[in-house]
Every structure is written in structure tokens, then in C-alpha cells.
Design a binder for this molecule. Structure first.
Ligand code: OOB
Length: 543
């Protein structure tokens, strides 16, 4: 199996190596090195089925060896892809690093994804395997696995825990098998894009580029072997994985604490018990934590930094966060495609409250342009384009979308509207493309419209984002019925039954007779969505 490619022009690749960003390490080397360096230090803590788990670096490492041997014995070979869907359990790390060790390329699905999404990831990545857990919370992933098996051409399905008819994964340390030596410029894994147009795209990240992003992040966030990182958001997401996330924490020799839920009751207990020093949250969670902290008896005094990112944090909430949780706030504006911005820990309060930070790297190139692609005057807002040592140059297997998402000279069109302050900090002002940023989960309007249109009583559908006090944004689907108007509850069930993650089911559905006479046929979908949204907000007096 040939390695997947992600290629930077030679001149840029040379520069990134010369400047020491790309050091020729691989994900697998990295854990081996840390396990040799401090074998007896605690590496990861968490629980599964209510049983507490605590592994040192040496124990985590031994488990990665076992996983590598296990997938090898199941017939997987270097370069093959396995879609991995795991919740926040310690085995997330042993499995993922075990796959790296065997040269397998994980494709990171989120626990909330369902059959339609998983089947899409399997097909698009041409995955040979799907790896998930027996059950988590109320959900049985083996049921999902059966549906995915029926819909795709998977060779093997592996289950962590009670595997029933599927293959089980052996984490018991045993004899080593020969380790695969990856090239640092190989693609290490595929991550999932927010998906602004239609289905999620796959993001190929190389060892060189990703390691740089979390090594530099660990430094910016001040991680040391004494730090304790709480992984509260889904571990497969880029923010808690690499900004600095679990990978950055392992790089720094810190302890990773896997939270089975980000809810204050669970998270606060872990903070108290493990003396957590840093964590990352999305804005609605940060608000929930601030509220809960007022009446909580838990000792949160170990917290030094709470990072907030994934969606815009309002300046008012930003100002209140530090005092409410007794720690520093760090704003993080990043994307799975690459570029990550941080406010720095020694920045003055005004910058931390009012901006979303500045890039990790001196070689992150930022271009802010108008509709015709011309640079805007300094300080004005425009479309953010970026290129740099850890920003991808193209999605996996997307010959049609790539020329739209990337400029000819390799800049990624983020879809975000930003402005840059005189000292290089970015302020996110909005989005140019149509997705709903629902509590940090990105939902593509187009993808949901396509599903709604499959309903026999839907003539047309337009999905928009509306402001929401709890979620930041919620989704609202405007529907023109065909014949008998469908009931709202039935439409929601219809979308869910099509095998979509719960967060994609429209929060609100409004039935309309038509999409206003001036709009239909004469304007783009984007313009139609904008008009419907504005009309709705006006008539509902800005809810
Ligand atoms: C993170 O990654 P994704 O890939 O789920 O989403 C990226 C998009 C950005 O393009 C932007 O629209 C939005 O999420 N976003 C923010 C933001 N952080 C992300 N919008 C406003 N303010 C922020 N602070 O969400 C992600 C990846 C790595 C680190 C942090 C977040």
C-alpha cells in the first residue's frame, strides 16, 4: 500500500526543515522516546465501565506494542487505513499510538458520528478496517458497526471490549513484532473537516507537520512534566488532540486525564482528584463551567489555564472566565486543516479578552482579502487565507473541491472573516461559508438540506444558523412542503434515521409557503439562506 501524499513545494519544505520546525521525527518514535526518558511517570488516567485506569509511560508504551502486534496479526499492513471511533478512554491513546507503530493510518471519527458519516469516511479513505468500542453511555457501537459493515466493503471490524461477532483487540503486552519505520513526511492520519460544503472532507496530516504543531503548542501553553491536561472535549478532535491536547501533553511528559464527559460534575471531580492544571473547552461549556463553579464544593485551585476555542467567545464571557474559575484564560482559534492561533499566557488582559490570538509559527502566512481576492487595508476585515508549516495543501481525494478550498499558490481558504490588529492578533468576525457552529461542532447547511430534500413531502429546504444563548448557534431548517405538510417531529426523526450524528438534526424547523418571491431562482443558495435568516430574525425580534 503506497503512503498517502501531502506535498509542500521543495522550497518551502526546505525552509521548514532548516528552521527546525520539521525535525524528521515520527509519532511512533516520539512515544518510544518519552517511554525511555521517564518510564515510571504517570502518562494517562481515566476510566472505562466505571473502572479507574492509570498507566505510566512504560505501561502505555507496552500497550501500544501489543496493539501494533494485534492489528498486524489481523492482517493489516503499513499504509492501510482504519476508521477509529473511540470515546475519551485511556485506550484511545494506546490504540492510536499502536496503529502509528504498525504504520496504519487512523481516520478519526467522533463518537457522535453515525452510519452515514462512518460509511462516508470508510469509502472516502478506502479504509480496510473500522475500530470502535463495545458500548459507551447508552449507545451500543456494535449495532452501528453492523450497519456500517452492511453498507461498505470493510475487511475487518475491531471492537474494544466485548467484541461479539467482531474481532477483539488485544492490549495485553506480549511479544513485539517488527515495528514499521514510517517516513516523517508520510501522512500519519486523516482528520475530519467541519464540512462547509456537503460532506466532511478528510484532512491528511504528516508526522513532520503535526508534531511541529503540538510541540510548539506545548511550549506556548507552558506544559512541563508537572502539568496535568484534562481532555474534556472529544479526544479525536484536533483541539484536544494537538492544541496542545493529549499529544502535546505526552510530548511534554505531562499527565493526560481522559474525562468521560465534559459536564461540570464529572470534570470538576477529576480536576480535584488529579490536580488538573490545564484544559480546553468550547464556549458553551466554558459558560456551563462558570455557572457550576459558583455552587460547586470541588477544589478547582490546581487549574492554571482554561483554553477556549472552536467558536467565538464573547468578550463579556472572556472577562468573567478567569475570576469565575480562578485561572488564566487562553483563547484558541484553530482548524483541523492546520493554522492555530493562541493568546499568550503573558499577554495583557485586553488582548486575551478581545482577540482570538496570534499564529503558532513565524512562518504561518496570513492573508486577509476581499471578495475579489485583493488584500484588504491593514486592520480591515476580510476572508482569511493561510499557508504554513502545519497547514495542509489539499484534502484527501478531493480533486474537485481542492481548487476551490485552496489558492493556486497553496493558501487554504478558511471561510472565516477576520481582521488583524497592528500587533498581529486575529479577531474572528464571522464566516463566509454556510455552516452552523453548534457548540464548536460544525454542521454543513448543504449536507442537511440534501437529507431533508430526500423526504417525499419536502419540496425545498434551506438550513441556516440562528444565534442561541446556550449553543452559540443553533440550526434552523426552513421547509417548503410538497403536498401534505410533514410534522416537525417527523422531519427530525427522518434526518436521524438517515444515520446522521445527533448534532446535525435541525434544532428548529419552520414551514413556509415559499421562499419569498424575489428570492427564488434569482439568487444563490448562500444569498437565499442569508435572506431567510435575516427575515426570520427580524420577525422574531432578534430572539
Ligand atoms: C477547531 O477546528 P475545526 O476544524 O472543528 O473548526 C475550525 C473552524 C474555524 O475555521 C472557525 O470557523 C471556527 O472553527 N473556530 C473559531 C474559533 N476556533 C475555531 N471561531 C471563532 N473563535 C474561535 N476561537 O475548532 C479548532 C481546532 C484547533 C484548535 C481550536 C479549535
Amino acid at each position: 500500500m503506497l503512503p498517502l501524499r501531502q506535498v509542500w513545494p521543495e522550497e518551502l519544505a526546505d525552509r521548514y526543515r532548516r528552521k527546525g520546525y520539521w525535525r524528521g521525527e515520527t509519532m511512533s518514535d516520539l512515544l518510544t522516546e518519552k517511554a525511555n526518558l521517564h518510564p515510571d511517570c504517570p502518562a494517562v488516567v481515566g476510566s472505562r465501565d466505571g473502572v479507574k485506569i492509570r498507566w505510566t509511560y512504560a505501561e502505555l508504551f507496552a500497550r501500544t506494542q501489543a496493539i501494533a502486534a494485534s492489528v498486524h496479526a489481523l492482517g493489516f499492513r503499513p499504509g492501510e487505513r482504519i476508521v477509529v471511533q473511540l470515546p475519551n478512554v485511556p485506550s484511545f491513546l494506546s490504540i492510536v499510538f499502536g496503529l502509528f507503530r504498525a504504520g496504519i493510518v487512523p481516520v478519526f471519527a467522533l463518537p457522535a458520528h453515525r452510519e452515514a458519516e462512518i460509511a462516508h469516511f470508510v469509502r472516502r479513505s478506502e479504509a480496510a478496517g473500522y475500530l470502535t468500542i463495545d458500548r459507551f453511555g447508552k449507545f451500543d457501537y456494535r449495532e452501528l458497526a453492523r450497519n456500517v459493515a452492511a453498507a461498505t466493503q470493510l475487511r475487518r471490524i475491531m471492537i474494544l471490549g466485548d467484541s461479539q461477532e467482531f474481532f477483539s483487540l488485544d492490549e495485553t503486552p506480549g511479544p513485539e513484532h517488527p515495528t514499521h519505520t514510517a517516513s516523517p513526511s508520510d501522512v500519519a492520519f486523516l482528520q475530519i473537516s467541519g464540512g462547509s460544503t456537503g460532506l466532511s472532507k478528510l484532512i491528511p496530516r504528516t508526522h513532520d507537520d503535526y508534531i511541529y504543531s503540538f510541540r510548539a503548542s506545548a511550549e506556548i501553553c507552558g506544559l512541563t512534566p508537572e502539568s496535568v491536561y484534562l481532555c474534556a472535549l472529544p479526544a479525536a478532535h484536533n483541539f484536544p488532540m494537538s492544541s496542545p491536547g493529549t499529544f502535546g501533553a505526552l510530548y511534554a511528559g505531562s499527565l493526560v486525564v481522559m474525562a468521560s464527559s465534559p459536564a461540570p460534575e464529572t470534570a470538576f471531580q477529576l480536576i480535584e482528584e488529579e490536580r488538573v492544571t490545564i484544559t480546553g473547552l468550547v464556549p458553551p461549556l466554558a459558560l456551563a463551567w462558570m455557572r457550576a463553579a459558583r455552587s460547586s464544593e470541588r477544589d478547582l485551585s490546581s487549574l492554571e489555564v482554561v483554553q477556549v476555542g472552536g467558536a467565538k467567545l464573547t468578550p463579556e464571557a472572556a472577562r468573567r472566565l478567569g475570576p469565575a474559575l480562578g485561572c488564566k484564560l487562553q483563547q484558541v482559534f484553530g482548524m483541523a486543516e492546520g493554522l492555530v492561533n493562541y493568546t499568550r499566557l503573558d499577554d495583557p488582559e485586553e488582548l486575551v479578552v478581545a482577540t482570538q490570538g496570534r499564529p503558532i509559527s513565524p512562518d504561518d502566512e496570513i492573508r486577509i482579502v476581499n471578495e475579489s481576492g485583493e488584500p484588504v487595508p491593514e486592520g480591515s476585515s476580510g476572508h482569511l487565507l493561510t499557508r504554513g508549516p502545519y497547514t495542509i495543501r489539499g484534502y484527501h481525494n478531493e480533486p474537485e473541491a481542492n481548487p476551490i478550498s485552496f489558492t493556486a499558490d497553496g493558501f487554504y481558504r478558511t471561510g472565516d472573516i477576520v481582521r488583524q490588529t497592528a500587533d498581529g492578533y486575529l479577531v474572528v468576525e464571522g464566516r463566509a461559508v454556510d455552516h452552523i457552529n453548534r457548540s464548536g461542532e460544525k454542521v454543513s447547511a448543504e449536507e442537511i438540506e440534501d437529507h431533508l430534500l430526500a423526504h417525499p413531502h419536502v419540496f425545498d429546504a434551506a438550513v441556516v444558523s440562528l444565534p442561541d444563548p446556550h449553543l452559540g448557534e443553533r440550526s434552523c431548517a426552513f421547509i417548503i412542503p410538497e403536498g401534505e405538510p410533514p410534522r416537525v417531529i417527523e422531519l427530525k426523526a427522518f434526518v436521524r434515521q438517515r444515520g446522521l450524528a445527533d448534532f446535525k438534526v435541525p434544532d428548529q424547523i419552520v414551514l413556509l409557503e415559499d421562499f419569498s418571491t424575489t428570492a427564488v431562482g434569482k439568487v444563490s443558495r448562500a444569498e437565499l439562506r442569508r435572506r431567510l435568516r435575516d427575515q426570520y430574525l427580524q420577525t422574531s425580534q432578534g430572539e
